[in-house]
Each structure stands twice: as structure tokens, then as C-alpha cells.
Design a protein around this ligand. Structure first.
Ligand code: TGC
Ligand code: FAD
Length: 395
């Protein structure tokens, strides 16, 4: 059988017929997200990245499409399955990690913390507005001296009559500077507790971080709490101990393990398209064996990431997904996407260092993605603990 020259595959995942593993509804949701972003985001991303801008006016549109808290039920949330949420994250991050970050933090960290641990009044007050994109939420766990080890946090809340007085700082908080409400984790005499701190509460201030070389189309901020007085009704009543914030991280990490595939896929699409038309030594560079080896290896890696993600999504839907499985997905898929983005940049040659092509931007973004929501080392040790029964986080 002869194999005439054909047009390059525009979707490298098509080689594995991944779409055939999805329901019609899941495919429709993925398509709807891709269409919104093609029109409203993709043409502007180089500019947002260059100018350190998050497109705030896009937020209500994300809400209208049901992407904010989309895997949660009730209170205006879309209530989709985990796979659909993952696919939405994939398309968002194919555009830019900053957009997926926004949806992760809003839905999986801010909204999930309220949905899972909040009072009925807190849910009614915040969830419908957060789902619609009329309000923005953030999640403050990390501190400047306690990133990988949040158990050491210094931010603390003490009872004062019926109120609480909150003092401390949180660092590296996505959307902190524009959030209407912050979920803040603090040490108390009773253990770690979560509090909802609305913007404008006296003593609560924020400062944005402006000198990032990664995730530039995203707001990252410091949160400061100076004798912030909060009623007990601001406390998340069901949240007790560090396992509460760590369970929120499980939700966000799940979105990231899909999102990273989007950054890898978009990089690979850019490289495939460029290699098809770029001519050196009188032939398209896609005809060179070394280029084909790069493309083939990256396609295998991307396909493996996707199959892993879909397996984890089905486990989540069955209610059996465990933290160490999420660690495997986050570690593998972010690492794979970062390697793909770097390799795609090489195929683009000198053009690849300009903002005309996405791979280097994705590679830069993935540096932050590799670090936040648990660094590669922390996920390695989480898998190691599951394998050996021994925690190696502390010397
Ligand atoms: P450890 O003793 O292992 O556990 C304390 C309690 O928590 C429970 N637990 C979990 N529960 C649910 N899900 C998980 N993944 C859990 N991991 C632990 C555990 O069962 C225990 O419960 P209990 O009832 O027995 O008290 O805690 P440890 O202090 O030894 O920490 C373990 C370690 C290192 C894995 C944890 O501290 C960790 O994950 N560190 C990484 C911190 C991190 O990922 N921070 C992320 C901040 S948020 C962020 O980055 C947002 S970026 C968003 C964006 O822009 O997209
Ligand atoms: P450190 O914990 O100081 O780690 C430094 C290095 O030491 C890493 O390589 C790490 O893997 C390694 N290391 C640490 N402990 C161990 C160990 N036991 N064994 C081996 N190696 C170890 N946090 C929030 O709470 N909310 C947010 O919204 C949020 N958004 C973020 C957005 C961005 C853009 C970034 C960059 C971070 C964000 N973070 C957020 C914080 C993020 O979760 C932390 O940066 C991350 O957990 C790592 O903490 P750290 O930066 O303090 O690094």
C-alpha cells in the first residue's frame, strides 16, 4: 500500500482517536470552550502576556458558558462531569495557562472551599455570584516562608468574644489583587481553620507582584492581614485541620493535569504547522527524519498524558480518585507538556523566540505550573510515600 504525501494532522491527539473516548456532551463542551477562546482570547494573548494583563472582561463570559465551578452542583453551578471540567481546562490552557489558572482558582479553590466547607448562608451569598463571574474569589494558603510546607503557616486567628482577629500574610496568591472574597487559611488554638474575608474588610490589603517571567496574563498577589476583625460567621464551619485546604488542592490539581495537555497540544500544533511550510535545504523541515522523530516522540508523550488524564477523570467520576493518583497525573502531564513546549520551540528556530508563536510562552508558563499546586518534588515524594509507606518530606 502506498502512502502519498498528505496534509499534516492539525490535532496530534486525533492519531489516537481520543474523541471516540468522549461522550457527545463532553465533546460539545470542549468545542464550545475552544470556540469562545478562538474568538475572544487567542488574538489578544500575546498582548496580555507582554503587558502583564489579565482580561477581566472575559470573566462574565466564562461564567455564562458555565465554566466557573462547572463540576459543582447547585447554587448556579453547571454540575458537569469531571471529564468535561478537565476538557475545559485543556482548552483554556491551550490558549494560555493564565486563563486556566483563573478558572482553577475560581472553581476548584475559592468556590470548592465554600461549596464543601461553607455554611448555607455563605454558599447562598457567594456561590451564585462566583459562578456567574459577577464576583472573583481567591485562595490563600501559601506564605513567604511556607510554600511546600503549609503546615508551618504563621497566619493566625484568635477569638475575641464572638469575633476572630486575623493577622499574617499570604504570598503568591492568584487573583488576590482583584478578588471580591478571599478564602484564607489560618492557625488557631483549635487547629487550622478557613475564613472568608471580603475585599474592603478593614485591615485587609493586597499588593500585586509585577516582575513575573511566567504566567504574565494572570494576577498574582500578596495578601496582608493586620488585626482583621471577622465574625464567627466568616469561618468555614466544616473545615477542620490542614486536610481541608489540601482537599481543595486535589480539585485544582485535577484541572491542571488536563490543562497541561492543552499547552502541549497547542505547542505541537504550532510546530507541525511551521514544519510543514518552513523550507531549508530545498525541502520542508517536516520531511527531515530528525524533525519527524521529535514530532513522533512528542505525539506519543501527549497521547500518553491524555490517556492518563481520562483514566483519572473516570476514577474521579466513580468517586475513587486518590491524592497519589492526582500527583502522578500532575507530575507526569506538566513535565511532559514542558518538555514538548521546549522541543517545539527548537523546531521553530529563531522565529520560536518571538511572541508570534506559542511554544516559548507555554514553556515559560509551565515553569510556574510545575511549581504551584505542589512542586514536582512534592508530587514525587507523594508517590514515593504511597509506594513505600514512608513519608520523606522531612529529613
Ligand atoms: P500530612 O500529615 O500528610 O496531612 C495532613 C492532613 O491532610 C490530609 N491530606 C490530604 N487530604 C486531602 N487531599 C490531600 N492531597 C491530602 N494530603 C494530606 C492527611 O490525611 C492529614 O489528614 P488528618 O485528618 O490525618 O490530619 O501533611 P504534611 O504537612 O506532611 O504535608 C504533606 C504535603 C507536603 C503533601 C502537603 O503539605 C502538600 O501538598 N504541600 C504542597 C503545598 C501546595 O501544593 N500548595 C499549593 C497552594 S495553592 C496553589 O498553588 C494555587 S495555584 C493555582 C493556580 O493559579 O492555578
Ligand atoms: P519552596 O517550598 O520553598 O520550594 C523550593 C524548592 O525546594 C522546590 O524545588 C521544592 O520542590 C523544594 N522542596 C521543598 N520541600 C522539599 C522537600 N521536602 N523535599 C524535596 N524538595 C523540597 N499559593 C496559594 O496558596 N494560592 C494561590 O493562588 C497560589 N498561586 C500561585 C501562582 C503562582 C504564579 C505561583 C508561582 C505560585 C502560587 N502559589 C499559590 C504558591 C505555590 O503553591 C508555591 O509557590 C508552591 O507550593 C511552592 O512553594 P515555594 O514557592 O515557597 O517553594
Amino acid at each position: 500500500m502506498s502512502h502519498p504525501a498528505a496534509a499534516p494532522l492539525t490535532d496530534p491527539l486525533a492519531i489516537l482517536d481520543i474523541a471516540g473516548l468522549l461522550s457527545e456532551e463532553e465533546r460539545d463542551i470542549q468545542q464550545a470552550v475552544a470556540e469562545l477562546l478562538a474568538d475572544r482570547a487567542r488574538p489578544h494573548i500575546p498582548d496580555w502576556f507582554e503587558n502583564h494583563t489579565f482580561p477581566r472582561d472575559l470573566v462574565p463570559e466564562l461564567g455564562k458558558l458555565g465554566l466557573l465551578g462547572m463540576h459543582l452542583t447547585g447554587y448556579g453551578c453547571a454540575g458537569t462531569d469531571a471529564t468535561s471540567y478537565g476538557l475545559a481546562c485543556l482548552e483554556l490552557e491551550a490558549a494560555d495557562s493564565g486563563l486556566r489558572s483563573f478558572v482553577s482558582v475560581q472553581g476548584s479553590l475559592s468556590m470548592f472551599s465554600i461549596w464543601r466547607y461553607g455554611s448555607e448562608d455563605q454558599k447562598r451569598e457567594w456561590l451564585p455570584r462566583l459562578a456567574a463571574g459577577e464576583a472573583i474569589g481567591c485562595f490563600g494558603l501559601t506564605e513567604s516562608d511556607f510554600g511546600s510546607n503549609p503546615a508551618g503557616m504563621r497566619t493566625h486567628a484568635v477569638r475575641d468574644g464572638k469575633d476572630w482577629i486575623l493577622n499574617g500574610e499570604k504570598m503568591w496568591i492568584t487573583d488576590g489583587g482583584m478578588a471580591d472574597v478571599a478564602t484564607v487559611w489560618a492557625r488557631t488554638d483549635e487547629g487550622v481553620r478557613g475564613f472568608l474575608v471580603p475585599r474592603g474588610t478593614p485591615g485587609f490589603s493586597t499588593r500585586d507582584i509585577h516582575n513575573k517571567l511566567s504566567l504574565r496574563a494572570s494576577v498574582t498577589s500578596e495578601l496582608m492581614f493586620d488585626d482583621v476583625r471577622l465574625p464567627d460567621s466568616a469561618r468555614l464551619p466544616e473545615a477542620e485541620g490542614l486536610r481541608a485546604p489540601l482537599s481543595c488542592l486535589d480539585e485544582a490539581r485535577f484541572g491542571i493535569l488536563f490543562g497541561a495537555i492543552g499547552a502541549g497540544r497547542d505547542s505541537l500544533q504550532a510546530a507541525l504547522s511551521y514544519a510543514d511550510t518552513r523550507v531549508q535545504f530545498d525541502r520542508p523541515i517536516s520531511g527531515f527524519q530528525l524533525t519527524q522523530k521529535k514530532l513522533a516522540d512528542m505525539t506519543i508523550s501527549l497521547g500518553n498524558s491524555m490517556l492518563l488524564a481520562l483514566h483519572l477523570a473516570r476514577l474521579k467520576e466513580a468517586g475513587t480518585l486518590r491524592p497519589e493518583q492526582i500527583s502522578m497525573g500532575k507530575l507526569n502531564n506538566v513535565r511532559a507538556a514542558a518538555a514538548i513546549a521546549h522541543e517545539c520551540r527548537t523546531i521553530l528556530g529563531g522565529s520560536g523566540i518571538t511572541d508570534e508563536y506559542s511554544p516559548l510562552r507555554h514553556a515559560l508558563n509551565l515553569e510556574a505550573v510545575m511549581t504551584y499546586e505542589g512542586t514536582a518534588e512534592i508530587h514525587t515524594l507523594t508517590i514515593g510515600r504511597a509506594l513505600t509507606g514512608r513519608a520523606a518530606f522531612q529529613g
